[in-house]
Design a protein around this ligand. Structure first.
Ligand code: PEP
Ligand code: MG
Length: 579
């Protein structure tokens, strides 16, 4: 039966009937009013803004109680926007000058506003278009516009199929307990909807491109959020297979929950440190809850991709302080901003580049924008007095970059010392190994830093020359390629020779298929998203070092990615069934 692949954003499998939502769920007819009704329409707009603002408070509180404050802060953008007098003024002007009805003026203004976000360069800001749509729906509801909501009419639990979905829609749906899962054409891993789905435990697949064109309401769907797969009208065999998988997942979760407080160590006592990857400090709680023993990758560039002014030194200090307090004495690896490529901050003057991933990205950007870089390093160093902060430089591809970055760091420390700031003078400095150049010269880099973290997400794209974000070559992008495995082996060996510790923080670290191999290759620290920690711990606790050694030797003898994958799948199954 047809099978569609997208991005799984929430681990879980579910089977159910589909309800396909219209692309434009809201319809507002063009309507004008006589001039004497203008004040009434403007009054309607003002009251709609107030009502929308007041209703968000309790919704936010209810979500905070269910899923935590930080997740509920997603509604912060809505609250701030509704409190701003400018949009109301512009909508009122549309009513006065063109005699539009309140509903129509709102929809005209919001559409224009939404388009501005959609056209922005940053995927993060593009995602905000969904929040704007969300606000539009709220306002229209309050002015009594002709809003038709298929969602409100749901009678039994279903799988929602839509072009896209807003955070509010998802929260509303979740409240009705009628949503088994969802699948959308649009969306990516940075979307608030994806973050919410994961937080609320709703199986979902996004970024399917055209799922709405292939599914009709009433079709039966399998949503496999674990593998990012949607099966349309599964045949009896597929259904049975997924039924088994679902039952298995429930059992697995129960077993994994019991592991939170036990060490990640092999059966013969080798300890592996499992750390968390985060984009914002609020994710630290989830990492610790899942059993991570610290944070191995804090992707600070996300602080620069949010709306509002760019965070200055003091604003960043507050963020790093909050993070180090939340980690509570455990290690916190702060990666300096990895801007450029597909991560462009809204306030920056970016010149279009033909190959942005080979352009002014990451440490190169930082070294050419020294005032920003220094402000960030000052904030990190100041926060270092509060705990075990470590600094990591991204995309180092030659030793001079490391030297220059360390030079700036030392300069910043001298300045701070002169100004009387307290900080930890021996902050460990590390580099990410994300390019073949860095992997090949890892020994030399290791001699000049305290730790190295292998960023396989980029290492794969640069080694195999496959854009990590291009779905047309996605089948060529794999950690199982022998070249990648050999590079990792070399880096681990050279890190030891050069005197640095080594970890791995790309997505590969959280993929259970590779755990035995990575341990066999000598990795003793792995950093991953919170949700992957329990399963990786389980695998580690199921193996011996002899298993890991044997698997490594065999994998290194293979010539193709297929052989590697088939073998690793079999070996993983042997130690812990079919995950
Ligand atoms: C990586 O490249 O593996 C990595 C962890 O960094 P990012 O995914 O943020 O590029
Ligand atoms: Mg990277």
């Amino acid at each position: 039966m047809p099978l569609k692949r997208g991005i799984g954003v929430s681990a879980g499998v579910v089977i159910g009937d589909a309800v396909v939502l219209d692309t434009e769920e809201t319809r507002v007819p063009r309507r004008t009013v006589p001039p004497d009704e203008v004040p009434h329409e403007i009054d309607l707009v003002n009251r709609a803004f107030e009502a929308a603002r007041t209703e968000i408070g309790p919704e936010r509180a209810a979500l905070a109680a269910r899923a935590g404050n930080e997740l509920a802060d997603i509604f912060g953008f809505h609250e701030r926007w509704l409190a701003d007098p400018k949009p109301r003024k512009e909508i009122s002007q549309l009513i006065e000058s063109r005699l539009y009805s309140a509903a129509y003026a709102i929809s005209v203004f919001m559409r224009k506003y939404r388009r501005r976000f959609q056209e922005m360069n940053s995927p993060y800001l593009q995602e905000r278009a969904k929040d704007v749509l969300d606000i539009e729906r709220r306002l229209l509801h309050h002015v009594g516009g002709e809003v038709r909501s298929e969602l409100a009419e749901l009678e039994q639990p279903v799988i929602i199929v839509a072009h896209d979905m807003t955070p509010t829609q998802l929260v509303m749906l979740e409240k009705t307990k009628r949503v088994l899962g969802f699948a959308t054409d649009a969306g990516g891993s940075t979307s608030h909807t994806a973050i919410l789905a994961a937080g609320l435990g709703i199986p979902a697949v996004v970024g399917l491109e055209d799922i709405t064109a292939h599914v009709s309401s009433g079709d039966t769907l399998v949503i496999d959020g674990l593998h990012g797969v949607v099966v349309i009208n599964p045949d009896p065999a597929q259904r049975a297979e997924y039924d088994t998988q679902m039952a298995h997942l429930i059992e697995v979760r129960a077993t994994l929950d019991e592991l939170r407080d036990v060490a990640a160590e092999t059966r013969d006592g080798t300890k592996i440190e499992l750390l968390g990857n985060i984009e914002f400090p609020y994710e630290i709680a989830a990492c610790l809850e899942k059993g991570a023993t610290g944070i191995g990758l804090f992707r600070t560039e996300f602080l620069f991709l949010q709306d509002g002014p760019m965070p200055d030194e003091d604003a960043q200090y507050e963020v790093y302080k909050a993070a180090v307090v939340a980690v509570g004495g455990r290690p916190l690896v702060i990666r300096t901003m990895d801007l450029g490529g597909d991560k462009l901050h809204a306030g920056g003057a970016w010149e279009a580049e033909k190959n942005p991933f080979l352009g002014l990205r990451s440490i190169r950007y930082s070294l050419q924008n020294l005032s920003m870089f220094r402000a960030q390093l000052r904030a990190i160093v100041r926060a270092s007095s509060l705990g075990d902060i470590r600094v990591m430089f991204p995309l180092i591809s030659r030793i001079m970059e490391l030297r220059q970055a360390k030079f700036v760091l030392n300069l910043v420390m001298e300045e701070l010392e002169e100004s009387g700031y307290e900080f930890r003078s021996s902050i460990p400095v590390g580099v990410m190994i994300e390019t073949p150049a860095a992997a090949i010269c890892a020994r030399e880099l290791a001699q000049e830093c305290a730790f190295m973290s292998i960023g396989t997400n980029d290492l794969i794209q640069y080694t195999l020359a496959v854009d990590r974000g291009n779905e047309r070559v996605a089948q060529l992008y794999t950690p199982a390629d022998p070249s990648i495995i050999r590079l990792i082996r070399g880096v681990v060996r050279d890190a030891a020779r050069g005197g640095a510790s080594v970890s791995l923080c790309g997505e590969m670290a959280g993929d259970p298929i590779f755990t035995i191999l990575l341990v066999g290759l000598g990795l003793r620290t792995l950093s991953m998203s919170a949700s992957h920690v329990p399963v990786i711990k389980k695998i580690i606790r199921s193996i011996t070092m002899a298993d890991a050694e044997r698997v490594k030797r065999r994998v290194l003898s293979f010539e193709t990615e297929r052989e590697v994958l088939n073998y690793l799948r079999d070996e993983t199954r042997k130690v812990w069934g079919d995950i």
